[in-house]
Design a protein around this ligand. Structure first.
Ligand code: 9WN
Length: 487
């Protein structure tokens, strides 16, 4: 690995450590988030990982993004997981048989582990086998059950996937990779990606505008990337828990890390019932408002849609397309967010439940992410910065921003998105602070992030008091974004 000359010994060591993790998590076609917990390709992870690979292996960054977009559905959606056919069902739950509904009787995969994506699980069998169902919504599969495979714009191999999405951070990633090495090969990659990134945005702007106000609704907490955030508690409480379904499967995550550090079984039973509702309706988005149990407008997800449009404007200039519509769309998303999800009493943004029209009152870190939008009204920027620098979320000498309000009664320093510090979110917040010229706070955040990794390692998340690492110890986006902070 080439280590930048100007790094001191401790930073150089971190650089090498981060690069080694990305190399170890590389499969030959994509990077897994973690060898132990997440053995497939994840959508928004791929975006963050590309930002880091840009510094050490740009050709891998492009390949990673290609692998993901080869699994894009004909309707434009980019699945949140692209399954690796070489990994067995037992290595991650819920795996391909759950998403495609092809396990025997809709139940768990066979105990002998034969149900791999390429095996007898009823999954797509090869190119041409999996086609869209003809009505353009991309929900069809080889066996016509509305499961999660699609043929990726007719190009590339068929990849099995889930049918839900994650925040669209890929245009930002692609732009970062390009601007670090803007050669002819990189321009070619952008030419390939651009129409696909545009289709991804189109899907979110149309099929997912369930509330009709210009914001995309997520149909599952997993789509936010902040799975068990308190932001979803109210909406989730109204969803029936599929206790029986959960019982028939074995959760894998709890066997790898302590169950106190993960979502609860009750959360999982509701996650499954929402996913089944979507799956059994063929992953269609028509009439979601009439039938789907979970529909929420997330401020983080929508802020990242806006950031994606701004990255697309830059990419458009390189590939000879018109950047203006992208800038306009970013402006429109910003205005919708500012009008619909900002709460002046808390001074931050909150998720809105489309089914009830209610804004959730919990102060969660996704409510700070609109800071990444350059056209956010100045008053809202000031207010977000105040919250970010307050006792609730404050970047202390050593600690970056937690995932949830430290002062909340149910703040939980161990449980996943209900308290711990996450690297990707902090990287985005730092970018947002810089966008608005808050360089001093941005620098403090950068130092706190680097100190955390220096002391604790490249963990998936961190205890917001002690800084101890939690979850997977060799986590790709933590490594990737460390490289970017050091560069
Ligand atoms: C479900 C892979 C993903 C991240 C998410 C994180 C976690 C999955 C899980 O891991 O979610 O998608 O099994 O818990 O919450 O943000 O993309 O790293």
């Amino acid at each position: 690995v080439d280590v930048p000359d100007r790094l001191g010994e401790s930073d150089a060591e971190m650089w090498r450590g981060a690069a080694a993790i990305l190399a170890a998590n590389w499969t030959g076609s994509h990077t897994v988030p973690s060898r132990t917990l997440y053995p497939h390709q994840w959508s928004w992870d791929a975006g963050f990982i590309s930002v880091g690979l840009a510094h050490v292996a740009p050709e891998r960054a492009w390949r990673d993004l290609r692998s993901l977009f080869e699994a894009q559905w004909p309707d434009g959606r980019v699945p949140h997981i692209v399954f690796d056919p070489g990994v067995t069902e037992r290595d991650y739950f819920p795996g391909p048989s759950f998403w495609t509904g092809n396990a025997p009787n809709g139940g768990p995969p066979s105990p002998n582990g034969a149900d791999t994506a390429s095996g007898n699980g009823g999954a797509a069998t090869g190119p041409g086998g999996a086609t869209a169902n003809g009505n353009g919504n991309g929900a069809g599969t080889a066996s016509g059950n509305g499961g999660g495979a699609a043929s990726g714009n007719g190009a590339g191999p068929v990849r099995l996937s889930s049918g839900i999405v994650q925040p669209p951070v890929h245009a930002v990633g692609a732009w970062e990779v390009y601007r670090r090495r803007p050669d002819e090969a990189a321009t070619e990659e952008l030419r390939w990606l651009y129409p696909r990134l545009v289709a991804q945005q189109e899907y979110l702007a149309t099929a997912r505008d369930v509330g009709g106000a210009g914001l995309a609704a997520i149909v599952h907490p997993w789509e936010s990337g902040l799975d068990n955030s308190p932001a979803w508690d109210e909406a989730l409480a109204a969803v029936p828990a599929a206790v029986e379904v959960l019982r028939r499967y074995a959760r894998r995550d709890n066997q790898v890390v302590s169950s106190n550090h993960r979502p609860t079984d009750d959360d999982y039973a509701r996650y499954l019932s929402i996913a089944l509702s979507y799956r059994d309706a063929g992953y269609r988005d028509a009439d979601l408002a009439d039938r789907h149990p979970f529909l929420v407008e997330c401020p983080g997800f929508n802020a990242l849609r806006g950031a994606a449009e701004l990255a697309l404007a830059r990419i458009a200039e390189v590939v000879g397309a018109d950047p203006a519509p992208h800038r306009e769309r970013a402006g429109a998303i910003t205005r919708c967010l500012a009008e619909r999800l900002f709460d002046p009493t808390t001074g931050m943004f909150h998720a809105l439940d489309v089914r009830t029209g209610r804004r959730n009152q919990a102060r969660c870190v996704n409510g700070l992410l609109p800071l990444v939008l350059p056209e956010l009204p100045a008053g809202q920027v000031d207010s977000l910065v105040d919250v970010l620098d307050s006792a609730r979320f404050g970047v202390t000498a050593r600690m970056p921003v937690p995932s949830y309000d430290r002062c909340a009664a149910d703040f939980d320093p161990y449980r996943y998105w209900r308290g711990p510090v996450w690297f990707n979110i902090n990287w985005l917040l730092r970018a947002g602070l810089r966008t608005h010229g808050r360089d001093e706070l941005a620098d403090r955040l950068r130092s706190a992030l680097l100190d955390l990794v220096r002391d604790s390692g490249f963990y998936e998340y961190f205890h917001p008091g002690s800084g101890a690492g939690i979850g997977s110890p060799a986590f790709s986006w933590t490594a990737a974004l460390t490289l970017d902070l050091l560069a």
